[in-house]
Design a protein around this ligand. Structure first.
Ligand code: HEM
Ligand code: HEM
Length: 204
């Protein structure tokens, strides 16, 4: 029998989950495109604009993710079904905490990367106020800045590509729960559908 004593994610948790998810997936696509397009003459100008947008949206994701993490620590998440195998619970917890690491680690490494860049291009938040860069690199010479920029670029890329694998697994798990196990795991993260009564879920 499927039992949980705390069935729903709160509206704020659901809103933040989907907003952050959509933004991250769009940022992955945009990041991969612009990293190549900046080296092609015909697409360089558009890629430059995309870099600016990427930085602003990325910093917005950082703020939303910190809010989400605060919400996570101050509001209980619904329990996992009691009949879920132990390994699956472990996998779900690890995946979710890796996601929090990604949601914060990706924007921070991006921010560090542009802070270390020897080009010293400003980061204007959606074309408006200038976002300060980390001052730690300002004393370095050109080569030192380039070295650190390259290191953060590599970490940013590794987290991003690791994240793509994680997203694929996460979507696979959500669909498996909905269509194979037929429990409420997906539904309770959706803004529109109601959690099924537990016995109804088991009959299906
Ligand atoms: C959750 C937020 C973010 C996601 C999902 C994301 C994702 C990506 C991805 C997938 C790439 C392409 C990697 C490659 O193929 O080399 C990329 C590149 C880049 N990102 Fe982000 N990023 C995020 C946040 C940020 C932030 C906040 C900044 C800066 C403030 C930033 C700066 C950059 C820069 C400068 C590049 C280009 C690196 C290059 O020249 O190859 N990113 N990002
Ligand atoms: C970049 C994209 C995504 C990120 C970063 C992300 C992140 C997360 C995180 C951190 C949680 C754990 C919530 C908690 O603290 O308990 C979660 C839960 C969940 N996510 Fe995502 N998610 C993403 C995309 C998706 C997509 C596309 C789907 C659907 C196909 C999905 C379905 C779910 C479901 C159903 C849960 C609830 C699991 C449960 O009830 O234990 N997520 N997600």
């Amino acid at each position: 029998m499927q039992q949980t004593n705390n069935k729903y994610y709160s509206k704020i948790a659901i809103l933040l989950h989907w907003l952050i998810a959509i933004l991250i997936i769009a940022m992955m696509a945009a990041g991969i495109w612009m990293a190549d397009a900046i080296d092609v003459k015909e697409t360089r100008a558009a890629a430059f604009d995309m870099f600016q947008l990427h930085k602003s949206v990325g910093l917005t994701i950082l703020a939303l993710s910190l809010l989400r993490l605060f919400w996570r620590f101050t509001h209980k998440s619904p329990d996992l079904p009691l009949d879920m195998p132990k390994w699956e619970r472990g996998a779900a917890h690890i995946t979710h905490w890796l996601f929090y690491g990604l949601m914060i680690g990706l924007p921070i490494t991006g921010w560090l990367m542009v802070s270390a860049s020897p080009l010293g291009l400003p980061t204007l938040f959606f074309g408006g106020p200038e976002v300060p860069h980390f001052p730690a690199f300002s004393a370095l010479d050109y080569a030192g800045k380039e070295l650190w920029e390259g290191r953060f670029e590599e970490i940013h890329e590794i987290i991003a590509f690791g994240g793509i694998a994680l997203i694929v697994m996460h979507i696979g798990a959500a669909l498996k729960h909905h269509y194979v196990t037929k429990d409420d795991i997906l539904v309770r993260m959706l803004p529109v559908m109601k959690v099924r009564p537990s016995d109804e879920a088991k009959e299906k």
